[in-house]
Design a protein around this ligand. Structure first.
Ligand SMILES: [Zn+2]
Length: 179
């Protein structure tokens, strides 16, 4: 993916986690969302795409998301809510990649199996790697991802907002009872 989807998802989870849009948190969760793509460094060291530690390999697995979650558990001083949010956002990365229409699949169940998977439905165009993003294909991918994911930013994922709405409704019904 061209990362727009990953950044938007990271921002949406940050907003749900904090109950408001905090930019520091949005940047942190977006970084966690893109973390699995650190494996592209492997190309520089001659690690082939299809190798277990190649692109979309080990860092795109459930095991990796859980490992980052465990690390987050201790960094956040055993905050379960943050741990869950971090694990979810890291895991969202391979799941979104599995919706793309090219490249090799995702080694979701590594280390149990190095097999690469896609979802049966792959509506998102796969992004070219590196400088390829500056091509017509790269621009096309950015356009599609913007159309699909940017509206997510306008979703009201703030749980406090919903609880406020519920409180307001119950206060209104109390008023009615008082009359
Ligand atoms: Zn990826």
């Amino acid at each position: 993916m061209a990362s727009i989807g990953h950044v938007v998802l990271g921002t949406a989870v940050a907003r749900a986690h904090d109950g408001t849009l905090n930019w520091r948190s949005a940047v942190a969760f977006s970084a966690f969302s893109m973390l699995p793509d650190l494996d592209v460094i492997g190309f520089r060291f001659g690690i082939p795409y299809g190798a277990p530690f190649g692109h979309r390999g080990a860092t795109h697995s459930i095991a990796f998301a859980l490992a980052v979650g465990v690390l987050g558990f201790f960094i956040t001083r055993r905050n379960w809510r943050s741990t869950f949010a971090v694990t979810l956002v890291v895991l969202s990365h391979p799941l979104l990649d599995m919706l793309t229409d090219g490249g090799l699949g995702v080694a979701l169940f590594w280390p149990l199996t190095p097999h690469r998977y896609f979802f049966p439905w792959t509506p998102l165009p796969v992004a070219p790697i590196g400088k390829g993003m500056l091509s017509a294909r790269g621009l096309y991918v950015v356009a599609v991802e913007s159309l699909v994911f940017l509206p997510l930013l306008f979703l009201r994922l703030d749980p406090r907002r919903y609880s406020w709405t519920l409180r307001r409704k119950s206060a209104t019904s109390e008023k009615r009872v008082c009359r």
